[in-house]
Design a protein around this ligand. Structure first.
Ligand code: PLP
Length: 426
C-alpha cells in the first residue's frame, strides 16, 4: 500500500470505510487487554521464586562481616550486597548506599532533601524563588511527577537517538542558575529504548552548570536488561567519567533490582562521589537505622554474584524477546511505508516508543480503549501529561501473554490507521 499522504480523497474515503468496518468487528470481540503497564509478567516473576527458598528457619542470617541481619544496624548495606549491586551498577562498592525496595523512592528522597536542606551546604531549594529541572522527553512520567510535586518547573529537552539534545542541555544549564538537575534514563531509556552515545555521556560529565548544586539524576533502571545476548548497548560509566572530567560530584546514579527479582521487593541503590554520599548520610542516619538486610542477604544468596545475575537476566530476555519482536513485526507489517507513524526498536528495557502523526495520539489511545485495549495515556511521557505534538505513545509489551499482545498490537495498528485517515480527511 502507498503512503497515506499520497492517496486521493476518494481513496482515503474508501479506506476509511474499510477501516471502520474492521474496527467495528474488533469492538464486537469485547476485548479486555492491557498494554499500558511496564511490569514483568507472571512467568518472569516465577524466575525468582528460588529466592523464597534460600532463607528458612535454619539459615544462618549473618553477613560476611558477622552482622546478624535479623537485627538493627548497618546504614548503607551489608558488604556482599554492596559488592553485588556495585558490580551491577559498575561502580566500586564504597561508592554506594543500599536503600529499601524502590529506586523511585530514593529519587524522591533526594529531591526532598535538596528541597528542605540543600545540596552540600547550598541554599535549600524551598528558599529559592524558582527551581527548574530538565526533563528528557519522551521520558518517564514518575520522574516528572516528583519534581512537579515539589513545585519545580519541568523543562522538556528533546531525546534524540543518541540521548538528550546536548546543545540545548549545555546551553540551558550554563545560563540558568535556577536549573538544579536533569532526569536521565541513559540505557534502554523509558520509553524510547535508546541508549546514550559515548559523546552524550562525555558531554554530560563535562557540563558547566551555573548552579553549583546542579546534579545529573542518572536513573540506570535498565542497566542489565538486555533482550539479546550478542547485540547489547553499552554506555560509558558516568561516575568515572565525571571524575575524569574534573566534575566528581556532578551525578547521582540510581538503580534497583525491581525488574531483576521482584518489583516492590527488590533492592534499590544510589551511587555517587564520596562527598555526595557523606552529605546524603547526614540525612539518612536520621531517617533510618538501616534498611532490609534480610532482603539484601536473600538477593546475594540467590544470585551469588554478578554472573548469576547476568545469567538470570538471560531468562528474562528469553521471555521478553518474543514479545518485543512480535509487536515490532506487527508494526512493520501493518504500518511500514504508510508514513503515519514511527517507532523504536529497542535492544533492551521495557518499552517501545511510538509517534503518530501530529495530533493523533490521544485519539488512537481512546479508540483502543473503546475497543477494549488499554494503552498508557497519551501525553504521559511529557511533563504535566502534556505532549505539545499529541503524538507520543508508550507501548509496554512485557505484561500480556503473547496471544493477547498480538491482538492488542493488531488493534493498535488498526486504530493508528483509522485515526490517521480521519486526520488526513479533516
Ligand atoms: N526508573 C525507571 C526509568 C522506570 O521505568 C521504573 C519503573 O518502571 C522505575 C525507575 C521504578 O523503579 P523502582 O521499582 O526501583 O522504584
Amino acid at each position: 500500500m502507498k503512503p497515506y499522504a499520497e492517496m486521493t480523497r476518494e481513496e482515503l474515503l474508501e479506506l476509511k470505510k474499510e477501516l471502520k468496518g474492521k474496527y467495528k468487528d474488533m469492538q464486537a470481540l469485547a476485548l479486555k487487554l492491557d498494554m499500558s503497564r511496564g511490569k514483568p509478567c507472571t512467568a518472569q516473576l516465577d524466575l525468582s521464586m528460588g529466592m523464597m527458598a534460600v532463607l528458612n528457619e535454619d539459615t544462618e542470617l549473618r553477613s560476611e562481616d558477622g552482622t546478624d541481619c535479623r537485627n538493627y544496624g548497618v546504614l548503607t548495606g551489608i558488604p556482599e550486597a554492596l559488592e553485588l549491586m556495585g558490580d551491577m551498577m559498575e561502580v566500586p562498592y564504597d561508592h554506594i548506599i543500599l536503600y529499601g525496595n524502590s529506586s523511585l523512592n530514593v529519587m524522591y528522597d533526594t529531591i526532598s532533601r535538596s528541597y528542605t536542606h540543600g545540596v552540600m551546604g547550598s541554599t535549600p531549594w524551598c528558599k529559592l524563588d524558582k527551581v527548574k529541572f530538565l526533563c528528557v522527553v519522551p521520558g518517564y512520567d514518575r520522574h516528572f511527577a516528583i519534581t512537579e510535586y515539589f513545585g519545580i518547573e519541568n523543562i522538556p529537552v528533546p531525546m534524540l537517538p543518541t540521548g538528550p539534545d546536548m546543545n540545548i542541555v549545555e546551553k540551558l544549564v550554563a545560563e540558568d542558575e535556577a536549573i538544579k538537575g536533569i532526569w536521565c534514563v541513559p540505557k534502554y531509556s523509558n520509553p524510547t529504548g535508546n541508549s546514550y552515545s559515548d559523546e552524550t555521556v562525555r558531554r554530560m560529565a563535562r557540563l558547566k552548570p551555573a548552579a553549583k548544586d546542579f546534579r545529573i539524576y542518572w536513573d540506570n533502571a535498565y542497566t542489565i536488561h538486555h533482550l539479546y545476548d550478542h547485540d547489547q548497548d553499552t554506555i560509558i560509566e558516568i561516575l568515572a567519567e565525571c571524575k575524569r572530567a574534573g566534575n566528581p560530584d556532578l551525578v547521582y546514579k540510581f538503580a534497583s533490582t525491581s525488574k531483576v527479582s521482584f518489583p516492590g521487593s527488590g533492592i534499590a541503590a544510589l551511587a555517587s562521589s564520596l562527598n555526595n554520599l557523606e552529605d546524603i548520610k547526614k540525612q539518612l542516619k536520621v531517617q533510618t537505622i538501616g534498611h532490609d538486610k534480610v532482603n539484601q542477604l536473600r538477593h546475594v544468596r540467590f544470585f551469588e554474584d554478578i554472573h548469576g545475575m547476568v545469567e538470570h537476566m538471560r531468562k528474562h530476555a528469553d521471555i521478553l524477546r518474543p514479545k518485543f519482536e512480535m509487536v515490532e513485526e506487527i508494526l512493520d507489517r501493518e504500518l511500514g511505508g504508510l508514513g503515519i507513524g514511527t517507532w523504536t526498536k529497542p535492544k533492551g528495557g521495557y518499552f517501545i516508543s511510538f509517534d503518530t502523526l501530529e495530533g493523533c495520539a490521544k485519539k488512537v489511545v481512546s479508540r483502543c480503549a473503546k475497543a477494549g485495549v488499554i494503552m498508557t495515556s497519551a501525553g504521559a511521557t511529557w511533563p504535566g501529561g502534556k505532549d505539545p505534538h499529541d503524538s507520543n505513545i508508550r507501548i509496554a509489551p512485557s505484561f500480556p501473554p503473547l496471544n493477547d499482545l498480538r491482538i492488542a498490537a493488531e488493534l493498535f495498528t488498526l486504530c493508528v490507521k483509522y485515526v490517521s485517515v480521519e486526520k488526513l480527511l479533516a
